[in-house]
Design a protein around this ligand. Structure first.
Ligand code: PLP
Length: 452
């Protein structure tokens, strides 16, 4: 279901593209447009808001709305591709006025810093506000355990090659898992063991056996809003994983890349059940503030020295920490409370889109397709029956300009593979969800009729 203002905004975009309204020129008044598009003034005002957020138009007080010059070449939404395949948000669709405010204030607050402040694990004033911020997510730590970095992937690549105090050597991952990390592991020739994960989670008895019988340095897990499954562990499972890690002297590397957008207020991360010795917590801000490329990690005391040493080394080769402007902008986001306002509006949008996709996925039941995950998060995994060749489906959809991700790319071991495709709502609008699902159903109909 699309809102009227979204349909009107789309019509306006098409007319701008078709040069009915010329770039750089003023748009007709709200009243005139409401007559042209046969809707209320209020609908036009809302459509204007949406075009403003997408940077297609801008307002000049007491004059009116103008079309941005050259917007068409810069604007992804002009493409007719429906992209269910990416987890990366389009920056222009997000709230840029807040960003501009925070950037502006950021310039003022770090005047006493210099480039040298980027050589460690983050600027002190930012690190000092983080324990309080993290306590909102049941993460209790002190600033000296926190490191600011460029994102989760960067930390994973460093710790995977580090010696750990338990003296063990192998890395255990869930299968499927976050693709970029599993590819990193494969290409780095590191010793990896996998444990199957499905809609119910992992088998904790098997986890204990693996912990007991193998030299596991750490277990990398994405407990909530898993990518690609879109599912989360229960509190009981998180508690049990923490207990087993302590018992068998295995480190847990908890990737909480979606934590800020989670709507489950009762959720407790694995870290919250930990002993402050075996638990590394990783947070990414790529999903909420993609323009500043920033993340944080919390290291236990026993890893502080060796991790600091590694980031010093990596500074010499790749400048470990985020830029001062990113850190200062982020600090303003937190200190001003804008971050919570920003995540609240994102959560609302994700909820709307995920409910819409969930409703539409019911249409796939007759094809014997089982959707999992997707509850208030970006990712849905569609388990496919035998008669569907997922490569053919992905290709057929691509030809219809609908992009989806084949499931096999998220699996490390081919034996663990559960045939499917991943759908992401990160960069599709509500209209695109509806239109994309119509196309998916049409293509599935063809496959179904061909097979039976
Ligand atoms: C599970 C998971 N972890 C980490 C990341 C990336 O985090 P970062 O950009 O901070 O490296 C992603 C990105 O989609 C992800 O899905």
């Amino acid at each position: 279901m699309s809102y009227t203002y979204e349909l009107v905004a789309d019509e306006l975009i098409k007319d701008i593209e078709n040069k009915v309204y010329a770039a750089g020129k003023k748009l007709p008044s709200v009243r005139e447009l409401s007559k042209i598009y046969n809707c209320s003034n209020n609908t036009i005002v809302k459509a204007f808001d949406s075009l403003k957020n997408k940077h297609i138009i801008y307002s000049i007080p007491q004059s009116g709305f103008y079309i941005v010059e050259n917007h068409i070449s810069n604007n992804h939404k002009m493409s007719d591709i429906i992209n269910f395949s990416t987890g990366n948000l389009i920056i222009g669709n997000m709230n840029t006025p807040d960003l501009k405010h925070c950037l502006d204030r950021a310039v003022d607050i770090y005047t006493n810093n210099s480039l040298i402040n980027t050589s460690g694990g983050g600027v002190e004033s930012l690190k000092n506000v983080l324990p309080n911020y993290l306590s909102n997510f049941q993460i209790f730590t002190s600033s000296h355990n926190i490191f600011i970095n460029l994102g989760i992937q960067q930390v994973l690549s460093i710790i995977s090659k580090m010696d750990f105090p338990n003296g063990k050597i192998k890395i255990l991952i869930e299968d499927p898992t976050y693709r970029f990390f599993s590819e990193f592991l494969r290409y780095s020739n590191l010793e990896v063991i996998t444990i199957k994960r499905d809609e119910k989670g992992i088998d904790l008895k098997i986890l204990e056996q693996i912990f007991k019988n193998n030299s596991i340095k750490f277990f990398y897990t994405v407990p909530r809003n898993h990518n690609p499954l879109g599912t989360s562990y229960s509190t009981k499972q998180n508690k049990e994983i923490a207990k087993l890690a302590i018992k068998h002297d295995v480190f847990i590397v908890e990737d909480d890349y979606f934590g800020d957008l989670s709507t489950d207020t009762k959720y407790d991360p694995i870290f919250s059940f930990g002993d402050r010795k075996h638990f590394i917590y990783l947070k990414s801000f790529s999903k909420i503030l993609p323009w500043i490329r920033l993340g944080l990690s919390i290291m236990p005391d026993c890893l502080l020295e060796s991790f600091k040493y590694q980031i010093e080394l990596s500074y010499y080769t790749s400048y470990f920490t985020a830029s001062l402007i990113s850190q200062a902008t982020f600090e303003i986001y937190i200190r001003s409370g804008i971050l919570f306002k920003h995540t609240a509006s994102m959560k609302k949008e994700i909820k709307e889109k995920s409910i819409l996709l969930q409703q539409n996925l019911k249409r796939l039941k007759r094809f014997d397709i089982k959707p999992i995950g997707g509850k208030n998060c970006f990712y849905f995994y569609l388990l496919l029956p035998d008669y569907i060749d997922e490569k053919k489906l992905v290709e057929a959809l691509k030809n219809r300009k609908v992009l989806v991700s084949p499931g096999d790319r998220y699996y490390y071991d081919k034996e663990n593979y559960k045939k499917g495709i991943r759908l992401s709502i990160a960069c599709v609008s509500t209209q695109e969800i509806k239109k994309g699902m119509d196309i998916i159903v049409e293509e599935l109909d063809k496959l179904y009729n061909y097979s039976f």
